[in-house]
Design a protein around this ligand. Structure first.
Ligand SMILES: [Zn+2]
Length: 372
């Protein structure tokens, strides 16, 4: 059901039905089993050789009132008396992914919208596709569903966790490390992003344990509300540093750099320079002692979708490490502790600690690229 006229085909026929909301899942057999892939020398070389990416010019899609918005579709199904919606997002066997909610990901979340929605249940692709195939032959499928649900009382508020090692002669300047503390509900979120929090905490512990006296303050941030749209980091950046397009705060000039980990739990293989050519030689020098840990590659690549972005968007240097792919996948029921590789996380903590230390000790703050 993609368009408003599609609704007419189903009107009056859906009472108490379970609706399969999307086509059959496409299973990528070539990539099974997934879960562990180190970046190869060729892949690292290609990343190193990347040219600066031209700024993306996106033309906004022409609005077509005929196309159903996700919440309009749910509204229609609800008015037709549908019992439950089944959804399959992703094509890995045994995996359910946690996007089963009304509205699109970019929509503003609201408690009312969630409470008023139909039950939407994520189903593994092998189960979803089996039902789909049987229905295609006009054979009825009977399913039994038991939903036990709980809705928290305090979900409107999210809190960042902040700690710091105070600086000395430049203590008003700040170097930040961090990851996000929130995760999806269908697993412990081991890689996304407990692993990042563990690495950032361990980096801070290492610095404390060896008794460093950094010149700049080293601040660790475990963000909340990342998965709903980088809310914790975005609000933090606005509150502390402001927006250079409207008004910056005094702390804006005191900020040096932020290092984030949120691309799974794999070992660092380098760092994405986020289009900032000024930091290539600086990071290259800091990285050199870790060559034998596999930390070798600087790429001009800009990456997104996580908490360094609110900094980057406001002209503050912020970076995400280049990582091996380890683990089965965030936002899924398989993002479990058993998929983590302790050795990778230990390496990452050492490297993050070293980068934070160098940034805190150097004579100058990290150079900034031109504002977009
Ligand atoms: Zn994440």
């Amino acid at each position: 059901m993609q368009t408003k006229s599609d609704c007419e085909k189903y009107r009056g026929k859906l009472k108490n039905a379970a609706v399969l909301i999307s086509p059959a899942a496409v299973i990528d057999l070539a990539n099974l089993p997934r879960g562990f892939s180190r970046l190869t020398d060729e892949e690292l070389k290609a990343l190193e050789g990347m040219a600066v990416q031209p700024p993306r010019v996106s033309t906004p899609p022409v609005p077509n009132p005929e196309i159903l918005k996700p919440e309009e579709r749910i509204e229609f199904l609800k008015s037709e008396g549908v019992a439950v919606v089944l959804q399959c997002d992703g094509g890995t066997f045994g995996l359910v992914r946690g996007f089963s909610r009304p509205g699109s990901n970019n929509d503003k979340w609201s408690r009312e919208k969630d409470l008023n929605s139909l039950p939407i249940i994520a189903v593994t692709p092998e189960h979803y596709n089996r039902m789909y195939r049987i229905l295609k032959r006009d054979i009825p499928v009977k399913i039994e569903i038991e939903v036990q649900n709980r809705i928290g009382e305090n979900v409107e508020k999210a809190c960042n966790v902040i700690g710091e090692i105070p600086g000395t002669d430049l203590k008003n300047e700040v170097v930040m490390i961090g990851a996000h503390f929130d995760s999806w509900h269908e697993s412990p979120g081991a890689s996304d992003n407990a692993s990042g929090c563990a690495v950032a905490l361990e980096a801070a512990r290492i610095l404390k344990a060896i008794g460093v006296h950094p010149r700049r303050t080293i601040r660790i941030a475990l963000w909340s509300g990342e998965e709903q749209g980088l809310h914790g980091s975005r609000e933090y950046v606005l509150a502390h540093f402001g927006n250079p397009k409207t008004r910056t705060k005094p702390e804006y000039e005191k900020f040096s750099v932020y290092f984030n980990q949120d691309y799974g739990a794999g070992a660092y293989r380098g760092i994405n320079l986020q289009g900032n050519e000024f930091v290539r030689r600086i990071f290259g020098a800091w990285m050199e002692p870790f060559r034998d840990l596999g930390m070798t590659t600087l790429t001009i690549q800009s990456v997104g979708s996580t908490d360094h972005i609110p900094f980057d968007n406001n002209g503050l240097p912020a970076f995400q490490f280049l990582q091996d792919r380890v683990g089965i996948g965030g936002h899924s029921n398989m993002d479990v502790f058993d998929t983590l590789v302790p050795e990778d996380l230990k390496k990452n903590a050492v490297i993050m600690a070293a980068f934070a230390y160098h940034a805190a000790m150097s004579d100058q703050r990290i150079p900034r690229k031109a504002l977009k």
